[in-house]
Design a binder for this molecule. Structure first.
Ligand code: SUG
Length: 453
């Protein structure tokens, strides 16, 4: 059976803006109040998808969500017809209003954690007769409780994932973890699947804080708890030998590394990480080496080569490692090219260490200004051909569907956006109708959006 790693990219929504909502995410805070360009943002994301498609990768897309989120505003007590709800919310609680307008669902690396069916070992001694005993791809939507604007994504994301992965022969979509701080979960951004050739992959679940242990961050919040990662390990259905829980270094979080994918990235048997990525890093890497054996190759970037500060400002590690050995590609944000020292490190040291055939720098500046690099914009799911064929909706892009999205964005998305514009119902309604049209292009039922209107 052939398995493919499919990248599903979040399409930037038409309300993309800079509201400074994510304390601990330095780019988000420093760009608060800047005028955004949703059209450019979405076209930058679509160019990234095109770039992968042109190289023969299977590329999927996930739609934006309806914003402003009228249902959330009503839940917070703003009553009346939509124009009144919006106007009152903007006048009385502009910060909450902004949180209900964020296009943050674009960063789908935070949408869910996925454990593909190919990593589920089938016991030789237990014939898998019943369909529910077959290995399935397990999807756990993230609860994103650390920030209100992000927590609003969960219901629509869960509904979407339930629809797309509805075929119970192949997929199992779980409920998000309970929405309390003890179980803060930020999805695949804190998950690394390390493929080990013919063996089932090793799954690394990274958390930022552990209420029972010292070494938690002091300056900025940790978004993922150990309790959440442990629950994901149980829900994965994987054998305990295949899962390893690793703590992020508090120093890194306090330097702006709010997710693991800002400081480490894995692909197949490769792990690229900064030397300050993990708590007790030497032990962690020894353990990974012991469990991963020969197929695992670790490239550890030293502070003297690229500092954590530089890693955060350039998003070097928020890159996409793609392709098989011998055709390895590294896709990075343009910010890495603009920093001469980081570029030099990539083109000389990393090129050899990772055996790269192609290095590409893409302009994702609109998303980057909110702390969202190439890897934040994608959710990786390893699927068999049969599973790919069982997905509902037309999320896998071909030339025609990609072009339809480009045309829709080019014609309808605004070229500038400040949250206060969304207090005007006619404008807000137009933004929502764009999202509905994206659902139509992707052949997703509009019913999925109903509860959020
Ligand atoms: O959750 N930014 C997102 C960026 C998410 C990046 N994802 C990964 N690293 N996988 C966040 O902090 C900023 C929105 C604003 O400030 O308007 C924001 O939500």
């Amino acid at each position: 059976m052939r398995w493919r790693e499919v990248n599903f990219d979040g399409l930037v929504g038409p309300t993309h803006n800079y509201a400074g909502l994510s304390f601990g995410n330095l780019a988000s805070v420093s760009h608060q109040g800047a005028v955004s360009n949703p059209r450019q943002a979405a076209l930058q994301g679509l160019s990234k998808m095109r770039w992968l498609m042109d190289r023969g990768f299977v590329q999927g897309v996930l739609p934006p969500q309806l914003r402003p989120n009228l249902a959330a505003l009503r839940q917070l007590g703003f009553q009346g017809p939509p124009p009144t709800v919006l106007r009152q919310a903007w006048q009385q609680a502009p910060q909450i209003f902004s949180m209900c307008c964020s296009a943050s669902a674009m960063w789908v690396a935070n949408a869910a954690t996925v454990f593909p069916s190919c990593d589920h070992v089938v016991s030789q001694f237990k014939p898998q007769s019943k369909p529910e005993e077959q290995p399935r791809c397990v999807v756990v939507p993230a609860n994103l409780i650390s920030h209100f604007h992000r927590s609003q994504e969960v219901a629509a994301t869960s509904a979407l994932l339930h629809y797309v992965f509805a075929d119970a022969r192949y997929f199992q979509v779980q409920s998000p973890l309970p929405a309390v701080s003890a179980f803060g979960d930020e999805g695949a951004a804190n998950h690394m699947r390390i493929g080990l050739g013919a063996e089932p992959a090793l799954h690394v679940l990274v958390y930022g804080s552990d209420s029972h242990a010292p070494g938690n961050p002091k300056k900025y919040p940790s978004r993922q708890t150990r309790e959440a990662s442990a629950a994901l390990a149980r829900l994965s259905g994987l054998h305990e030998d295949q899962v390893i829980l690793v703590k992020q270094s508090a120093e890194a979080i306090d330097a702006g590394v709010f997710h693991n994918d800002v400081i480490a990235v894995s692909h197949e048997g490769l792990l690229l990480c900064h030397e300050k990525a993990f708590h007790n890093q030497d032990q962690v890497l020894q353990e990974l080496t012991r469990r991963g054996g020969d197929p695992l190759r670790i490239v550890e970037v030293k502070e003297a080569e690229v500092s954590v500060t530089k890693a955060v400002s350039t998003y070097l590690f928020n890159s996409q490692l793609l392709g098989e050995a011998g055709q390895r590609t590294l896709l990075l944000p343009a910010e890495c090219e603009q920093d001469a020292a980081v570029k030099d490190y990539i083109e000389h040291t990393l090129k050899t260490a990772l055996d790269l055939q192609e290095i590409a720098y893409l302009d994702l500046q609109q998303s980057m200004r909110n702390g969202g690099g190439p890897a934040c914009l994608r959710l990786r799911i390893t699927l068999s051909e049969v599973e790919l064929g069982a997905l509902q909706g037309k999320l896998i892009l071909d030339d025609e569907r990609h072009q339809r999205l480009v045309d829709l964005v080019a014609q309808r998305y605004p070229q500038q956006m400040l949250p206060e514009q969304l207090a005007e119902w006619d404008f807000a309604r137009e933004m929502q109708s764009i999202v509905e049209d994206i659902y139509r292009v992707l052949e997703l039922p509009l019913d999925l959006l109903q509860p959020f209107q």
